[in-house]
Write a protein that binds this ligand. Structure first.
Ligand code: AGP
Length: 619
């Protein structure tokens, strides 16, 4: 969480920083701040210029209004957009933080776990820490090293050994006005250098206006970035030659493109996200090929168990993956929340393949679950949307979704791409393992390849979903039910409604209601049920009857034209019929729109729901 950016050289300006912060704002928007050195000031005595604002989503605009007071010739600058961990979202806790001299400024993403001990030591040595953050110690620790004669890069390198936790940090120092120093452990940090400029940031999107030639810093490396050059050193102090790669994402794909919000744009892009993710991986004749998976056919045939590890919406993709792997490949499969898996002392061995699913490829719990699995001997694959993300780089193999940049905090197109990718993987595993006959492989391949068109159809029905959303917008208690492939859809529908509309929404296997939760059902409750035609449809509808008998209004995700289902419920969200195991890809769409509509009706900011950040880089 939190987005950081730093720039040095001819392009260093408040506008560049603020434009970058806007693209990073999805990582947190509790406050924002910028700091800069002045190239024309005396490096021996000058202090850094700094402005901060804690105006929630308005912070960046606020800073723009104050940018006029910045030095006319900025040497180096850093910026930050915050998701508060330590200390409330106030201006005093907003980054950048300064040392006692006001000559060093730091921005940081992550958590310094031992900041209390470090802060206590600094206080004893006479430092005055003014914020409640874990970050501020970094500026003061660097101050001590600089006072002892170190350059800023040396100071940062010397400090790293004393830090516990996960972090990415960027620092500037008035004594070296054209230098930005960055370091990282686990949290991501991207670096790019042109002939006249250097840029560092948490996410490639913020660097693309400057350069497409970018590299990711590795754990415990320190980079000293100057206009036109960068020196990278590893934890031993040895010089490392970075290898920039050309990034193909365009800045336009990270902009709203005429839509009222990113979520609308990203929902609209779902057919393309799914189509692109399928491209070249599945052919109509049943051929499957996943180049970046790396694991060969023999290795896949040795897999005895697949464990999907993920958080939030990505976990719901894992639940679908579990069903697809078991159904098609007949391999034992589990799906587990990463934060539980990593601490559960799980039994994972060389026969286990852990597929860690993460849109961002940065989620700290999933990253650590992956590392834990590797320590226990399992092979690890990262299923992610971000090329060269931390998880992609650490995994044995990768399954890339091709949804393009997703900015809205609520996962939409990336989730659909995850769903289709876990299914492609399951089909590949089944085909390689000889567990499905050729006819079945061809049939599943056809079902997958039909999905982009089915999604277009679902999105064409958006107005009808919105009408249902408006009808129930004032309700306060929602229950989402499903069976088998419908359950992950129900879980995802409830999560979307909670995070966007701030409405209580619980999801259950439909068969579980009688084991307790049904006591909550009374008039006023809304039950959203996944009731498309599957072999379990009759059982689902029996559960629907039980809900209606107790006064709940029932909204059903139902096959288009299914009049029987429509007659038995209060409202329908019609979707085109697709094969059951592929149905989550389509059936989630009306529930996204439902949550979106209810959130908008309640006046909520759908791209920036309260208390959330797109990327969760702290535990
Ligand atoms: C869902 O809309 C959220 N964005 C959230 O649950 C998200 O899926 C979760 O934090 C995991 O993120 P990841 O896919 O980047 O790992």
């Amino acid at each position: 969480m939190c987005g950081i950016i730093g720039v040095t050289g001819d392009e260093a300006s408040c506008e560049l920083l603020l434009a970058g912060l806007e693209l990073l704002e999805y990582r947190g928007y509790d406050s924002a701040g910028i700091a800069a050195t002045d190239r024309s000031a005396d490096p021996a005595t000058s202090v850094v210029w700094r402005e901060r604002a804690a105006e929630h989503a308005g912070s960046i605009d606020h800073l723009r209004g104050r940018a006029g007071s910045a030095p006319a010739s900025i040497g180096a600058a850093v910026g930050h957009t915050r998701w508060a961990t330590h200390g409330p979202p106030t201006e005093v806790n907003a980054h950048p933080h300064l040392d006692c001299t006001g000559r060093i400024a730091v921005v940081h993403n992550g958590i310094i776990e031992n900041y209390r001990d470090l802060g206590a030591g600094l206080a004893v040595r006479g430092h005055l820490l003014v914020s409640a953050t874990d970050t501020e110690v970094l500026a003061h620790l660097a101050e001590e090293q600089v006072a002892a004669g170190a350059t800023l890069a040396e100071a940062v390198a010397l400090c790293l050994g004393s830090l516990r936790g996960d972090f990415a940090l960027a620092m500037i120092h008035a004594a070296e006005p054209e230098v930005v120093v960055v370091a990282r452990r686990t949290s991501p940090l991207i670096v790019g250098v042109t002939a006249t400029t250097g840029i560092v940031c948490s996410d490639v999107a913020a660097a693309l206006a400057t350069t497409r030639q970018l590299f990711a810093l590795d754990d415990d490396q320190v980079a000293e970035v100057r206009p036109g050059s960068v020196v990278v050193r590893d934890r031993t102090g040895a010089r490392v030659e970075p290898e920039p790669v050309a990034v193909s994402w365009s800045v336009q794909r990270a902009l709203k493109g005429g839509y009222p919000d990113f979520m609308s744009k990203e929902m609209h892009e779902q057919p393309r996200a799914v189509g692109d993710t399928l491209l070249g991986r599945v052919q109509a004749d049943g051929t499957t090929e996943i180049e970046e998976l790396v694991l060969g056919d023999d290795e896949l045939r040795r897999v005895r168990r697949v464990v999907f590890a993920a958080c939030g919406t990505s976990y719901h993709a894992g639940l679908v993956g579990r069903q697809a792997v078991e159904r098609w490949a007949r391999v034992v499969a589990d799906a587990e929340v990463s934060s539980e898996l990593r601490y559960r002392e799980p039994v994972l061995d060389e026969g286990t393949l852990v597929v860690a699913i993460s849109q961002s490829g940065e989620t700290v719990d999933s990253l650590h679950a992956m590392r834990e699995a590797r320590r226990r001997g399992a092979r690890v694959v990262a299923l992610t949307n971000v090329v060269d993300s931390v998880m992609a780089r650490e995994a044995d193999g990768v399954l890339y979704t091709r949804a393009g940049p997703e900015i809205g905090v609520a996962s939409t197109k990336s989730h659909l791409a995850q769903l289709v990718m876990v299914e492609v993987f399951a089909l590949h595993l089944a085909r390689v393992g000889g567990r499905l006959d050729q006819g079945a492989v061809v049939s599943v391949a056809g079902d997958l390849l039909d999905l982009p068109v089915a999604l277009e159809d679902a999105l064409d029905r958006r107005a009808t979903y919105e009408a249902v959303g408006r009808r129930f917008a004032a309700c306060e208690n929602f229950y989402f039910l499903g069976r088998r492939a419908g359950l992950p859809v129900a879980l995802e529908g409830a999560l979307k409604l909670k995070e966007l509309a701030y409405v209580r929404a619980e999801a259950y296997p439909a068969g579980e209601m009688k084991h307790g939760p049904i006591s909550l059902i009374e008039p006023g409750a809304v039950v959203v049920v996944v009731a498309t035609r599957t072999p379990l449809w009759e059982k689902v509808m029996a559960n629907v009857e039980e809900m209606r008998a107790r006064g709940a209004a029932v909204v059903a995700v139902a096959d288009a034209g299914d009049e029987e289902t429509a007659r038995l419920v209060d409202a329908v969200l019609e979707v085109p019929h697709v094969a059951e195991i592929c149905s989550p890809v389509v059936n989630v769409v009306p529930l996204q729109v439902l949550a979106y509509t209810i959130a908008r009706a309640r006046g909520n900011d759908v791209d920036r729901p309260r208390n959330l950040a797109k990327v969760v880089t702290v535990e």
